[in-house]
Structures are given as C-alpha cells and as structure tokens.
Ligand binder design. Structure first.
Ligand code: ADP
Ligand code: MG
Length: 249
C-alpha cells in the first residue's frame, strides 16, 4: 500500500524552542492511526504542520506524494486534508440536515459541476451522512439543541461531506459522556473503512477501543510506535507517563 503521509526530519521552532524535533513519520493509505503523548509533546503542532497552519523550520511533509512546502491552508484542504477541531464549528441556528447540505454544496461549488464521490466510491448524500453519524432522528431540530457529543458527530459528518482523503481529529471525546465516547469510537472505526484517519487522544479507554497502531510523541519526537499493548508495556512510555503524573502532582 502507498503511504498517504510521509514526514521526514521535521523540526518546528518557536523562537528557538523546538515543538517538533527531527520527527519522522509515515502512514499507509486507509490506516486509522492514534497519536498519544503528554501535554506539550507537540501533538497539535503536528496537525498544524499537516494542514499548513504552521510551516516547518526544517524537513518535509508529503501528502499523496506531493510536497506540501509553502502551500496555503485552503489549498491543502482542497487537496484532501480535513481537520476536526476540538470545539465543534456547526451552525447552531440550522438543523443537522441544513448543516450537512451546506457542506455538500460548498464542495460542489469548489469543484464546479463535478460530483464528488467518497473515497470508497459511494455517492455522498445528506441522508447517508445522517445515518453514518447517527442523527437521523434529530435531523430537523436546531443544532443548538444537540448534546455536545451530537454536535461533534455533526461536525465530523460535515467534514466527511467534503470527501477528505485524510481526516485529522484532535481530542474528539474531551467532555463527552461514556456512552457518547463509545459511539464516537464506533463512528471513527466505521469511517476508517473508507478514509485514512489520524486521531489525537488522551482518553486511554477510548484509545484502547479504536487503536490499531499507536504512535507516542514525546518532546517533539516519536518515542515509539506499535500496537496498544506494545506501547503500554514499553518502559520508555511508562517512564514518560509516570514522569508526567509526578509533575502534575
Ligand atoms: P500538545 O498538543 O501535545 O499538548 P502542542 O503541539 O500544543 O502540544 O505544543 C508543543 C509545545 O510547543 C508546547 O510546549 C507549546 O507551549 C509550544 N508551542 C505550541 N505552539 C506554540 C506557538 N505558537 N508559539 C510558541 N510555542 C508554542
Ligand atoms: Mg494539543
């Protein structure tokens, strides 16, 4: 399988402080990858680099084989990178159906009369998206009345409506109930059938639910990668997390 994302020797300096430091990373098309790491490890900066919000000080980022150097954020988004932010950005005065219709139409405008299909080749419909995100029953109430979790799912649906090849999801279950957390896991697993996805998360129970391959970030570099079990039993990971707990205490 081809690598959808290839990052080489990536360094990002903020006034001399290296938020990312000589990082190497690659991921195959179709992977669901979870990235964990203590606060300040560089996780959000890592996403900022992929979306073009932040430019590397050194190193290269290749997405679908193309070097993203100097490409503005909107070009990278159009090229197929979709990002879900921590706070949902949905129109609260519109219904979920209307929110999704807007996202679908925006895609059509950008691509002219071209009818975009999802990566799996299915035609994306508002009805199908509502089913995927589990909001059929609430399709026509104002989005402002949805729970926090339901708003998160709606925003994920709005992203999917734009058929990204790579979905970046930053801490999707922060502030969600246990049940919503589990349903979010199911949703991401189901989206992973037709998308490449990077999820950043702190909630270890949730990571265990969805994880295949896990990457541990620490001080701007990759500490280790592997299955959840491998990573959890890695002495370096244990040390980093215990150290972190001590700091917090
Ligand atoms: P994480 O998401 O893993 O908690 P971040 O990527 O947000 O970590 O931050 C990594 C480090 O880089 C932190 O020490 C943070 O303070 C620093 N940092 C992030 N963005 C900036 C910025 N724009 N200017 C200066 N320092 C920053
Ligand atoms: Mg962060």
């Amino acid at each position: 399988m081809a690598n959808i994302l290839e990052i080489e020797n990536l360094t990002v300096s903020f006034d001399g402080f290296k938020a990312l430091n000589g990082l190497n990373f690659s991921m195959e098309e179709g992977e669901l990858r979870v990235i964990i790491g203590p606060n300040g490890a560089g996780k959000t900066t890592f996403l900022d680099i992929i979306t073009g919000k932040v430019q590397p000080t050194e190193g290269t980022v290749r997405f679908k084989g193309k070097n993203l150097k100097s490409l503005p954020e909107h070009r990278i988004a159009r090229f197929g990178v979709g990002r879900k932010f921590q706070t949902p950005r949905v129109y609260l005065n519109l219904t979920p159906r209307e929110n999704l219709e807007l996202s679908c139409n925006r895609t059509k405008t950008v691509f002219g009369s071209l009818f975009r299909k999802s990566s799996s080749g299915e035609k994306l419909t508002v009805k199908g998206l509502l089913e995927t995100i589990g909001l059929v029953g609430k399709a026509d109430i104002k989005a402002g009345l949805l729970s926090h979790g339901e708003k998160q799912w709606l925003e994920i649906g709005m992203l999917v409506a734009q058929s990204p090849d790579l979905l970046l999801v930053d801490e999707p279950v922060a502030g969600l109930t246990d049940e919503e957390t589990m349903l979010t896991g199911d949703l991401l697993i189901s989206l992973a059938q037709s998308h490449s996805i990077i999820v950043i998360e702190h909630d270890m129970e949730f990571v265990r639910q969805i994880a295949r391959k896990v990457t541990v970030l620490h001080q701007g570099s990759i500490l280790c990668e592997g299955s959840m079990e491998e990573v959890q039993n890695d002495p370096r990971v244990i040390e980093v997390y215990l150290g972190h707990t001590d700091e917090a205490a």
